[in-house]
Design a protein around this ligand. Structure first.
Ligand code: PRE
Length: 255
Protein backbone atom coordinates (compact mmCIF):
# COMPACT_ATOMS: atom_id res chain seq x y z
CA UNK A 1 0.00 0.00 0.00
CA UNK A 2 1.71 3.15 -1.18
CA UNK A 3 -0.87 5.56 0.21
CA UNK A 4 -0.34 7.64 3.32
CA UNK A 5 -2.69 6.27 5.95
CA UNK A 6 -3.35 9.60 7.63
CA UNK A 7 -6.45 11.63 6.88
CA UNK A 8 -8.94 9.37 8.60
CA UNK A 9 -11.06 12.45 9.29
CA UNK A 10 -11.96 12.65 5.60
CA UNK A 11 -15.23 10.94 4.64
CA UNK A 12 -17.46 11.23 1.60
CA UNK A 13 -19.85 13.26 3.78
CA UNK A 14 -17.10 15.64 4.93
CA UNK A 15 -15.67 16.25 1.46
CA UNK A 16 -19.19 16.87 0.14
CA UNK A 17 -19.71 19.39 2.95
CA UNK A 18 -16.56 21.17 1.80
CA UNK A 19 -17.94 21.27 -1.76
CA UNK A 20 -21.21 22.75 -0.48
CA UNK A 21 -19.36 25.52 1.37
CA UNK A 22 -17.27 26.25 -1.72
CA UNK A 23 -20.50 26.93 -3.63
CA UNK A 24 -20.95 30.03 -1.47
CA UNK A 25 -17.48 31.30 -2.35
CA UNK A 26 -18.07 30.75 -6.07
CA UNK A 27 -21.44 32.50 -6.00
CA UNK A 28 -20.06 35.49 -4.07
CA UNK A 29 -17.27 35.56 -6.65
CA UNK A 30 -19.80 35.65 -9.49
CA UNK A 31 -21.62 38.52 -7.77
CA UNK A 32 -18.37 40.45 -7.31
CA UNK A 33 -17.33 40.02 -10.95
CA UNK A 34 -20.83 40.90 -12.19
CA UNK A 35 -20.48 44.26 -10.43
CA UNK A 36 -18.12 45.33 -13.24
CA UNK A 37 -18.98 45.54 -16.93
CA UNK A 38 -16.96 43.46 -19.40
CA UNK A 39 -14.03 45.95 -19.31
CA UNK A 40 -12.42 44.34 -22.33
CA UNK A 41 -9.16 46.28 -21.97
CA UNK A 42 -8.42 44.00 -19.00
CA UNK A 43 -8.01 41.12 -21.48
CA UNK A 44 -6.49 42.97 -24.42
CA UNK A 45 -2.79 42.26 -25.01
CA UNK A 46 -2.46 45.37 -27.14
CA UNK A 47 -3.84 47.61 -24.42
CA UNK A 48 -1.51 46.79 -21.54
CA UNK A 49 1.83 46.52 -23.37
CA UNK A 50 3.43 44.84 -20.35
CA UNK A 51 6.62 42.98 -21.29
CA UNK A 52 6.39 39.19 -20.96
CA UNK A 53 2.88 39.22 -19.57
CA UNK A 54 0.39 39.80 -22.35
CA UNK A 55 -2.84 41.20 -20.97
CA UNK A 56 -3.46 43.07 -17.74
CA UNK A 57 -5.30 40.08 -16.26
CA UNK A 58 -2.27 37.86 -16.94
CA UNK A 59 -0.02 40.49 -15.37
CA UNK A 60 -2.20 40.63 -12.24
CA UNK A 61 -2.60 36.85 -11.97
CA UNK A 62 1.10 36.03 -12.52
CA UNK A 63 2.31 38.61 -10.04
CA UNK A 64 -0.36 37.87 -7.42
CA UNK A 65 0.38 34.15 -7.66
CA UNK A 66 4.10 34.83 -7.23
CA UNK A 67 3.42 36.86 -4.09
CA UNK A 68 0.96 34.28 -2.72
CA UNK A 69 3.42 31.46 -3.47
CA UNK A 70 6.00 33.26 -1.33
CA UNK A 71 3.37 33.63 1.39
CA UNK A 72 2.85 29.85 1.29
CA UNK A 73 -0.46 29.49 -0.58
CA UNK A 74 0.55 26.54 -2.74
CA UNK A 75 1.85 24.51 0.20
CA UNK A 76 -1.79 23.61 0.71
CA UNK A 77 -2.63 20.64 -1.57
CA UNK A 78 -6.07 22.21 -2.24
CA UNK A 79 -4.45 25.07 -4.15
CA UNK A 80 -3.24 24.91 -7.76
CA UNK A 81 -1.63 27.87 -9.53
CA UNK A 82 -2.63 29.06 -13.02
CA UNK A 83 1.00 29.83 -13.88
CA UNK A 84 3.02 27.13 -12.10
CA UNK A 85 6.13 27.86 -14.15
CA UNK A 86 8.80 29.81 -12.29
CA UNK A 87 6.85 30.36 -9.07
CA UNK A 88 9.13 31.54 -6.27
CA UNK A 89 9.43 29.29 -3.18
CA UNK A 90 7.53 29.93 0.03
CA UNK A 91 9.34 32.12 2.54
CA UNK A 92 7.17 31.15 5.52
CA UNK A 93 7.46 28.15 7.89
CA UNK A 94 5.52 25.14 6.58
CA UNK A 95 2.28 23.94 8.14
CA UNK A 96 1.72 20.17 8.53
CA UNK A 97 -1.26 19.74 6.18
CA UNK A 98 -2.84 16.29 6.44
CA UNK A 99 -1.27 14.11 3.78
CA UNK A 100 -4.34 12.33 2.58
CA UNK A 101 -3.63 12.43 -1.16
CA UNK A 102 -1.51 10.03 -3.18
CA UNK A 103 1.70 11.82 -4.37
CA UNK A 104 0.48 11.54 -8.00
CA UNK A 105 -2.06 14.25 -7.15
CA UNK A 106 0.63 16.91 -7.46
CA UNK A 107 0.93 16.31 -11.21
CA UNK A 108 -2.76 17.09 -11.83
CA UNK A 109 -3.45 20.71 -12.73
CA UNK A 110 -6.19 21.42 -15.26
CA UNK A 111 -6.12 25.19 -14.81
CA UNK A 112 -5.37 25.71 -18.51
CA UNK A 113 -8.81 24.32 -19.36
CA UNK A 114 -10.39 26.29 -16.52
CA UNK A 115 -8.75 29.51 -17.75
CA UNK A 116 -10.06 28.96 -21.30
CA UNK A 117 -13.56 28.12 -20.09
CA UNK A 118 -13.60 31.17 -17.82
CA UNK A 119 -12.65 33.75 -20.43
CA UNK A 120 -14.26 32.20 -23.49
CA UNK A 121 -17.50 30.83 -22.04
CA UNK A 122 -18.31 32.10 -18.56
CA UNK A 123 -17.33 35.76 -18.72
CA UNK A 124 -19.46 36.53 -21.81
CA UNK A 125 -22.48 35.14 -19.90
CA UNK A 126 -21.69 37.01 -16.69
CA UNK A 127 -20.47 40.50 -17.56
CA UNK A 128 -22.70 43.08 -19.20
CA UNK A 129 -21.02 44.99 -22.02
CA UNK A 130 -19.38 48.25 -21.10
CA UNK A 131 -16.26 49.91 -19.75
CA UNK A 132 -15.92 51.72 -16.41
CA UNK A 133 -12.12 51.89 -16.31
CA UNK A 134 -11.76 49.60 -13.28
CA UNK A 135 -9.43 47.16 -15.01
CA UNK A 136 -7.23 46.36 -12.01
CA UNK A 137 -10.26 45.69 -9.82
CA UNK A 138 -11.82 43.62 -12.58
CA UNK A 139 -8.67 41.51 -12.90
CA UNK A 140 -8.54 41.05 -9.12
CA UNK A 141 -12.15 39.84 -9.07
CA UNK A 142 -11.42 37.51 -12.01
CA UNK A 143 -8.52 36.01 -10.07
CA UNK A 144 -10.45 35.36 -6.87
CA UNK A 145 -13.31 33.77 -8.83
CA UNK A 146 -10.86 31.71 -10.90
CA UNK A 147 -9.18 30.52 -7.70
CA UNK A 148 -12.52 29.53 -6.15
CA UNK A 149 -13.57 27.60 -9.26
CA UNK A 150 -10.15 25.96 -9.54
CA UNK A 151 -10.13 24.94 -5.87
CA UNK A 152 -13.57 23.35 -6.24
CA UNK A 153 -12.67 21.44 -9.38
CA UNK A 154 -9.34 20.20 -8.05
CA UNK A 155 -11.08 19.15 -4.83
CA UNK A 156 -12.05 16.18 -6.98
CA UNK A 157 -8.69 14.74 -5.86
CA UNK A 158 -9.98 14.52 -2.28
CA UNK A 159 -13.38 13.21 -3.39
CA UNK A 160 -11.68 10.49 -5.43
CA UNK A 161 -9.38 9.52 -2.57
CA UNK A 162 -12.24 8.92 -0.13
CA UNK A 163 -14.22 7.03 -2.76
CA UNK A 164 -11.20 4.84 -3.44
CA UNK A 165 -10.64 4.17 0.27
CA UNK A 166 -14.31 3.29 0.70
CA UNK A 167 -14.26 0.70 -2.10
CA UNK A 168 -10.74 -0.21 -3.29
CA UNK A 169 -12.02 -3.59 -4.50
CA UNK A 170 -14.33 -1.82 -6.98
CA UNK A 171 -11.81 0.77 -8.18
CA UNK A 172 -8.62 -1.27 -8.46
CA UNK A 173 -9.57 -3.47 -11.44
CA UNK A 174 -10.79 -0.42 -13.39
CA UNK A 175 -7.59 1.49 -12.56
CA UNK A 176 -5.39 -1.43 -13.66
CA UNK A 177 -7.38 -1.70 -16.88
CA UNK A 178 -7.06 2.10 -17.37
CA UNK A 179 -10.82 2.03 -17.93
CA UNK A 180 -11.72 5.73 -17.89
CA UNK A 181 -15.32 5.14 -18.82
CA UNK A 182 -15.78 2.52 -16.12
CA UNK A 183 -14.20 4.82 -13.52
CA UNK A 184 -16.38 7.71 -14.62
CA UNK A 185 -19.47 5.55 -14.23
CA UNK A 186 -18.44 4.24 -10.82
CA UNK A 187 -17.73 7.67 -9.36
CA UNK A 188 -20.92 9.26 -10.70
CA UNK A 189 -23.96 9.89 -8.50
CA UNK A 190 -26.61 11.41 -10.74
CA UNK A 191 -28.97 12.29 -7.89
CA UNK A 192 -26.18 14.14 -6.03
CA UNK A 193 -25.36 16.14 -9.17
CA UNK A 194 -29.04 17.06 -9.48
CA UNK A 195 -29.09 18.28 -5.86
CA UNK A 196 -25.92 20.31 -6.40
CA UNK A 197 -27.36 22.06 -9.46
CA UNK A 198 -30.64 22.88 -7.72
CA UNK A 199 -28.95 24.15 -4.57
CA UNK A 200 -26.55 26.32 -6.57
CA UNK A 201 -29.41 27.93 -8.48
CA UNK A 202 -31.28 28.55 -5.22
CA UNK A 203 -28.24 30.04 -3.51
CA UNK A 204 -27.56 32.24 -6.53
CA UNK A 205 -31.14 33.52 -6.35
CA UNK A 206 -31.03 34.14 -2.59
CA UNK A 207 -27.51 35.62 -2.37
CA UNK A 208 -28.08 37.75 -5.46
CA UNK A 209 -31.23 39.55 -4.33
CA UNK A 210 -31.32 43.18 -3.28
CA UNK A 211 -31.91 43.45 0.46
CA UNK A 212 -34.28 46.25 1.44
CA UNK A 213 -35.28 47.41 4.94
CA UNK A 214 -38.53 48.81 3.65
CA UNK A 215 -40.94 45.92 3.90
CA UNK A 216 -43.53 47.78 1.77
CA UNK A 217 -41.18 47.58 -1.15
CA UNK A 218 -40.65 43.92 -0.53
CA UNK A 219 -38.47 42.14 -3.00
CA UNK A 220 -37.89 44.56 -5.85
CA UNK A 221 -37.02 41.62 -8.06
CA UNK A 222 -33.73 43.29 -8.88
CA UNK A 223 -30.90 40.77 -9.11
CA UNK A 224 -27.15 41.21 -8.81
CA UNK A 225 -26.69 38.64 -11.56
CA UNK A 226 -28.63 36.03 -13.49
CA UNK A 227 -28.88 32.91 -11.25
CA UNK A 228 -29.00 30.66 -14.31
CA UNK A 229 -25.36 31.60 -15.00
CA UNK A 230 -24.41 29.86 -11.74
CA UNK A 231 -26.33 26.70 -12.57
CA UNK A 232 -24.95 26.66 -16.11
CA UNK A 233 -21.43 27.08 -14.73
CA UNK A 234 -21.95 24.03 -12.54
CA UNK A 235 -23.78 21.89 -15.07
CA UNK A 236 -21.57 22.53 -18.09
CA UNK A 237 -18.16 22.96 -16.50
CA UNK A 238 -17.68 22.64 -12.74
CA UNK A 239 -19.21 19.18 -12.25
CA UNK A 240 -17.79 17.64 -15.47
CA UNK A 241 -14.29 18.99 -14.71
CA UNK A 242 -14.45 17.81 -11.08
CA UNK A 243 -15.20 14.36 -12.46
CA UNK A 244 -12.32 14.60 -14.93
CA UNK A 245 -9.97 15.39 -12.03
CA UNK A 246 -11.33 12.35 -10.16
CA UNK A 247 -10.60 10.06 -13.12
CA UNK A 248 -7.08 11.50 -13.54
CA UNK A 249 -6.42 11.04 -9.83
CA UNK A 250 -7.68 7.46 -9.77
CA UNK A 251 -5.57 6.52 -12.80
CA UNK A 252 -2.49 7.51 -10.78
CA UNK A 253 -3.71 6.02 -7.52
CA UNK A 254 -1.84 2.69 -7.72
CA UNK A 255 1.46 4.03 -9.04
O1 PRE B 1 -20.31 14.16 -4.52
C1 PRE B 1 -19.65 13.42 -5.25
O2 PRE B 1 -19.68 12.19 -5.14
C2 PRE B 1 -18.80 14.00 -6.30
O3 PRE B 1 -18.06 13.27 -6.91
C3 PRE B 1 -18.92 15.43 -6.64
C4 PRE B 1 -19.85 15.63 -7.85
C5 PRE B 1 -19.85 17.16 -8.11
O4 PRE B 1 -18.99 17.62 -8.83
O5 PRE B 1 -20.70 17.85 -7.51
C6 PRE B 1 -19.29 14.94 -9.04
C7 PRE B 1 -19.70 13.67 -9.38
C8 PRE B 1 -20.84 12.99 -8.76
O6 PRE B 1 -21.65 12.44 -9.75
C9 PRE B 1 -21.61 13.89 -7.89
C10 PRE B 1 -21.18 15.13 -7.52
Amino acid sequence: ESSPDSGKGYTLASVREALVRQEDTIIYGLIERAKFPSNSHTYDENYAEIKGCGSLVEFVVMNTEALQAQAGRYKNPEENPFFPENLPPSVVPSYPFTEILHPGAASININKSIWKMYFQELLPLLATSGDDGNYAQTAASDLSLLQAISRRIHYGKFVAEVKFRDAPQDYEPLIRAKDREGLMKLLTFTSVEEEVRKRVEKKATVFGQEVSLNSNNGDSGKRKFDPSVASQLYQKWVIPLTKEVQVEYLLRRLE
